[in-house]
Design a protein around this ligand. Structure first.
Ligand code: CMX
Length: 441
């Protein structure tokens, strides 16, 4: 058993016993009440899931096992000469609840490098798709094609008992995470770089290897990729990609099936696809205005035009957050520290800062948008564009590679804690009308 797996099960066994006893002794304690509006409007604010890996506070933003993003940027192990965390470290933290040492984070790098072999039929499947296929569709199809490798599905067929589910889900999750950079880079180079591929370098850490296989070996791109892969990893359990992975996994669909389902949710423009939408929106704005760097007045007018057309301003708003997303702030800091100070202004990144100044009062002025502040997607594309990764249709794939860390760590926990199949109740509008007395019961 590898040391991470051993450490995980040491933590999981006592918690699984405690959860059992909590359900037995306190199962009827009420956690809250919910309203008709919540039932109609996406169940927001209803606590209906247990997620161990991270917790989102509306005002403060995400904390991973209690640590904020600035704390993690300072405390998580870095690559040699690196300044941003190794995503391996955040995976360790989410899985076992402790900050890893540098050695423990490097162990995961090596572990994933050993597991990173993608079967040939996955590439063959991708090669058969029309080149117009969206990269997120390719990504999801590739994960599905890899399902042939599921050790959980095989063990289940062979009759594995419940108490060992976590073990096979752990193995599948580790293999899947290890292979995703290769798959993502293959999609990138197939679609945008003449189908000319670059072999992985097993000496590189997970995020740096992704940048390398995409064709970007500069130190700054690897640094950005490490930050990107760290901050997109998890956002507690209720967001579409995390919730879908958890839900599909609850039917004992294996991690490949569950993660692919989650990725289909991430591919929606109100969720992960917003990162490509932000850049598309900014580029269109520049084109319509006819200026590389529009004025604040021009940006304000474009935002109002977007709203009047009944469209959303991408990168703004959130279902839970009510302040600027700390993931946005981390990327602002990256721009300031590693791009603007040493190299000077970047027009697109400057537009992101101007939108941040201009958009919130306009969005607030609509009187209906609950959070007028930027989310993670408002900044990420501009940083990638700065480093020459201009193919913005691909950006959500990068989000997806990172999101695997959180949702698969959670899936391992789900099986270790013995969570059952998820099956909330539903009600008809007729039923609601009876409940509130609009029609006779
Ligand atoms: N631009 C325009 N209108 C917006 C808006 C925005 N950025 N954010 C919310 N609204 C609108 C909603 O569409 C809704 O309108 P209707 O009442 O006409 O249906 C109204 O304001 C109230 O919505 P809300 O309660 O504030 O927001 P929701 O929880 O329903 O939706 C989100 C949250 C993120 C989907 C929404 O803010 C949005 O569409 N933002 C733009 C897309 C985006 O950036 N998504 C990425 C989120 C982060 C991620 O998952 O990656």
């Amino acid at each position: 058993m590898d040391s991470l797996k051993e450490k995980f099960i040491e933590k999981a066994r006592p918690l699984a016993a405690e959860v059992k006893s909590i359900i037995k002794e306190h199962g009827d304690v009420k956690l809250g009440e919910y309203t008709v509006a919540q039932v109609y409007q996406g169940m927001k604010g209803i606590t209906g899931l247990v997620t161990e890996t991270s917790k989102l506070d509306p005002e403060e933003g995400i904390r991973f096992r209690g640590y904020s993003i600035p704390e993690l940027r300072a405390k998580l192990p870095k690559a040699p000469n690196g300044t941003e965390p190794l995503p391996e470290g955040i995976f360790y933290l989410m899985l076992v609840g402790e900050l890893p040492t540098a050695e423990e984070a490097y162990d995961i790098s090596n572990n994933w490098a050993r597991r990173a072999i993608v079967p040939k039929h996955v590439f063959d499947t991708l090669d058969k798709l029309p080149s117009s296929t969206h990269p997120m569709t390719m990504f999801s199809i590739a994960v599905m094609a890899m399902q042939t490798e599921s050790l959980f599905a095989k063990a289940y067929r062979e009759g594995v008992g419940k108490k060992d589910y976590w073990d096979y889900v752990y193995e599948d999750s580790m293999n899947l995470i290890a292979r995703l950079p290769r798959v993502a880079a293959y999609i990138y180079r197939k679609k945008y770089k003449n189908n000319e591929h670059i072999e992985p370098d097993p000496k590189l850490d997970w995020a740096a290897n992704l940048a390398h296989m995409m064709g970007y070996d500069a130190f700054d791109v690897k640094r950005l990729m490490r930050l990107y892969m760290t901050i997109h990893a998890d956002h507690e359990g209720g967001n579409v990609s995390a919730h879908t992975t958890h839900l599909v996994g609850s039917a004992l669909s294996d991690p490949y099936l569950a993660f692919a389902a989650g990725m289909n949710g991430l591919a929606g423009p109100l969720h992960g696809l917003a990162n490509q939408e932000v850049i598309a929106w900014i580029l269109k704005m520049r084109e319509e205005i006819g200026a590389e760097l529009p004025t604040e007045e021009q940006i304000a007018a474009y935002i109002k035009e977007t709203l009047e057309a009944g469209r959303v301003v991408p990168g703004y708003g959130h279902a839970v957050l009510r302040k600027t997303d700390p993931r946005f702030a981390a990327q602002q800091d990256f721009y300031q520290r590693y791009i603007k100070e040493p190299h000077g202004l970047d027009n697109l990144c400057e537009i992101v800062q101007m939108v941040y100044k201009v958009a919130p009062p306009i969005l607030e002025g609509t009187g209906k948008i609950k959070n007028p502040w930027p989310n993670v997607d408002a900044h990420s594309g501009a940083l990638l564009m700065h480093f020459g990764i201009t193919e913005f249709d691909f950006y959500t794939v990068l989000f997806g590679v990172s999101r695997a860390l959180g949702v698969l760590a959670s899936l391992i926990w789900d099986r270790a804690l013995g969570h059952p199949i998820e099956r909330p109740g539903s009600i008809t509008t007729e039923g609601i009308k009876k409940k509130i007395g609009l029609v006779q019961a």
